[in-house]
Design a protein around this ligand. Sequence first.
Ligand SMILES: *Cc1c(COP(=O)(O)O)cnc(C)c1O
Length: 434
Amino acid sequence: MNEIQMESWRAAEREHAWHPYAGVPPHIANIPIVGARGMTLQLADGRMLIDGMSSWWAVIHGYNHPVLNAAIQDQLNRASHVMFGGITHPAAAELVERLVEITPAPLQTVFLADSGSVSVEVALKMAIQYWYARGKPGKQRFIALRRGYHGDTSGAMSVSDPENGMHSLFADSLLKQWHAEAPQTTFHGNFDGGDLESMAALLEQFHDRIAGVIVEPIVQGAGGMRFYHPGYLKGLHELCERWDVLLIADEIATNFGRTGRLFACEHAGIAPDIMCLGKALTGGYMTLAAAVTTEEVSHTISNADPGVFMHGPTFMANPLACAAAIASIRVLLDSPWEDNIAAISRGLEAGLRPYADVSGVRDIRVLGAIGVIEMEQPVDIAAVNHAYIDQGVWLRPFNKLIYTMPAFIATEKDIRRITQAMCDTVKAAVAYRG
Ligand SMILES: *Cc1c(COP(=O)(O)O)cnc(C)c1O
């Protein structure tokens, strides 16, 4: 592409494309990427950036992976898509079998959906339909956590943090749910049982109207990159059993090793009633998600009126996406992923910890392949993005957070570059605010 073609491509895009959480035209220019391989993104002008974001948790094996490429090409030559209503295909069969094998034992039934938000909608509907089938149609609402994030569709928004989600803006269109206080004990802290008080009180008061509790296990991602104690999940699991509500674990960000365990629920040794999977499910190749549940839920729904689960996306179980997911899971489990993630963790600690006492920095935290610098003040991306771009690294700070969740193939040197760029961004943010 020559410079003139590039300019007209970019001008058209600026005018007509709406980007995530952005205005039109965008207030901050988007970076044109024309290729991606391994850890690197190739800019239109030929520069290379090391990717610190793995495209929002998804690209865990790096870009342009030969095994994933081959799996998709092979499936492409068989069938790129067939409807899943009344039809089935080998890629779906293999994927659901694999997911049942690797998720906690009680989870036996897989509903494939087309994005994370949709899998959350599916999970909420499953919980409601389960209680309906059990003769408790009054259980239609949910309890979620403050600081939680579960997606951008309206059901998912209703269970996300009311302030981050700007619930006031959508006040009359969102379902009213209950929000318990977010757990305060950090992942490595000494668990304070008081963290569960707010949740316990809501359950005690409203359990006969509550179908389920939905949480992101261990890591509250988009709501603040907070890492909380496994004791909270254990306690919550007990509370849900005691009050007869389903526990929905939204693992969309944490699944497939990100926190150092294959699924974050494993830190607490619990199995939820429904687990939502997404993002890294296809190694970041295609959009695909899943709501995985127990036979108690799937059989109860199937054995009562209307006898079917009322959901069915057009592109459900898309064969190309299933093929990518099967290949991604195989590549992950065939790799020494636990060692790789532990090494990334150590590299993030080593690179970030020295900045804990820098003025303007509130907290440094690392869990698995996630590294976070929390600032005292919101970071102005437009003012600081030169700091990481100049270092040849792609980051995307938001609010007070400068953070990374790199692909698991990141080398020690990649992690050094990424943490150096994060620290340069801190300096730029502090200098900018004066
Ligand atoms: C990203 C995310 C979602 C939404 O997934 P989409 O594929 O963007 O719809 C839901 N829950 C969590 C925890 C997420 O991180």
